[in-house]
Write a protein that binds this ligand. Structure first.
Ligand SMILES: [Zn+2]
Length: 389
């Protein structure tokens, strides 16, 4: 039987250590490094190293493969003072990892040296209660809920699609929800636009929406823009958001949303409805997926496409499509599942049928193709208005 001191000395003799300053230099240079924090949960409350994977010591061996994919991955392990990380480093070496270091002096020495510390927000008691059904799911959990609370999602249109999307995104705890709509509530909207109510007819839609959403979740930040987006304001409004939900009802806006999202590198969760049919897809710049112009390079000529006002729409239909858009937002924000990138989900209410079509990026696309011709935003005349709403 060996004493702990002897055991530690033996462990330390067979692992390598690295100083906090060396780790800091590495972080600064951006050199590849898998940083692993093996402290307990409550120790992390006062902060941790930037980019650290908070794996803890208990299940380290089981979890390490999720962050270190190859045997020679450069791993740096740290704890509070350098003892547990030495043991952890030895354990990882025993698993076959060849480039493991333990950070000498641990987080204590790191913090004392004034090196950068990141802190993790945690959920408040009322958030823990509110989002408990999310916290039960490992795919979301506290970390995922914090991601949702950090997400900034902008809804274009507080109408048919924007209504169900906004209601569910507010309920799910998307921390910042923006709403753009320049219209006022009309009696004919109430057939499908569930954000609004009879006593708010005539009120600006964003104001009516705010009333409804506040009642669902007073814990999130809701920003309203009582305006129609155009080439003059779109970039300024979009820049503060990560995900744009396109629920607009006209072509000029749809093309503008597509182009601005592409130019700013924002994910565009697109939905549209027409009579008994709807479709949803996700345009994500930087992936193999297409943009809207890959599918339809230019808007249809004036008068070719009827609007909801002209063609009608089944009142319940936007519920399905708007909620599908909300689900895609949550998946993108959490980085889980398989979003509708490069896929178009179509829905036929009369047949009660969903179809999932592959859609491809067009190398000749005027916007995202190899020789783009569209380099600035275009305000198409409001000649056409169509489908969504
Ligand atoms: Zn394109």
């Amino acid at each position: 039987m060996t004493s702990f001191q002897d055991h530690l000395a033996r462990v330390k003799a067979r692992i390598r250590e690295v100083s906090p300053e060396e780790v800091a230099a590495n972080l600064k240079s951006g050199a590849p490094m898998v940083l692993v924090d093996v402290r307990e949960r409550d120790e992390i409350e006062n902060g941790f190293l930037p980019t650290a994977n908070l794996l803890g010591r208990g299940h380290l061996e089981a979890k390490i493969a999720s962050v270190a994919h190859v045997a020679d991955a450069p791993i740096v392990v740290y704890c509070a003072g350098g003892v547990r990380s030495a043991m952890a480093a030895a354990a990882l070496q025993d698993m076959g990892y060849t480039h493991v270091r333990s950070m000498a002096g641990g987080f204590t020495r790191w913090a004392r040296a004034g090196l950068p510390v990141k802190t993790r927000k945690s959920l408040t008691q009322s958030q823990t209660a509110r989002y408990s059904r999310h916290l039960l799911m490992p795919e979301v959990g506290e970390e995922g809920q914090l991601k949702l609370l950090d997400a900034k999602v902008l809804l274009i249109g507080a109408g048919g699609l924007g209504s169900p999307a906004a209601v569910y995104l507010a309920a799910a705890g998307v921390g910042t929800l923006g709403l753009v709509d320049g219209d006022a509530v009309d009696m004919s909207n109430l057939q499908r636009q569930i954000l609004h109510a009879e006593d708010r007819v005539g009120m600006p839609k964003v104001e009516s929406a705010l009333k409804m959403l506040r009642g669902i979740n007073s814990d999130i930040d809701i920003r309203t823009y009582a305006t129609r987006i155009d080439s003059g304001n779109v970039l300024d409004i979009f820049k503060d958001y990560d995900i744009i939900v396109d629920g607009c009802d006209n072509f000029p806006t749809r093309y503008l949303v597509n182009d601005a999202c592409y130019m700013l590198g924002k994910t565009n969760v697109h939905g549209s409805i027409f009579r008994f049919e709807g479709q949803v897809t996700v345009f994500k710049p930087g992936t193999d997926g297409p943009c809207y112009r890959c599918l339809y390079p230019e808007p249809p000529p004036p008068g070719m496409a009827p609007s909801c006002a002209e063609a009608g729409v089944l009142g319940v239909l936007p519920g399905i499509i708007g909620v599908a858009q909300a689900i895609e937002v949550v998946k993108v924000a959490l980085d889980i599942g398989k979003p509708l990138v490069g896929r178009l989900l179509t829905f036929d209410a009369l047949q009660m049928k969903f179809r999932d079509l592959k859609i491809r990026r067009d190398p000749d696309c005027p916007l995202c193709g190899e020789q783009p011709t569209i380099k600035e935003l275009i305000d198409y005349e409001l000649f056409c208005s169509m489908s969504k709403d």
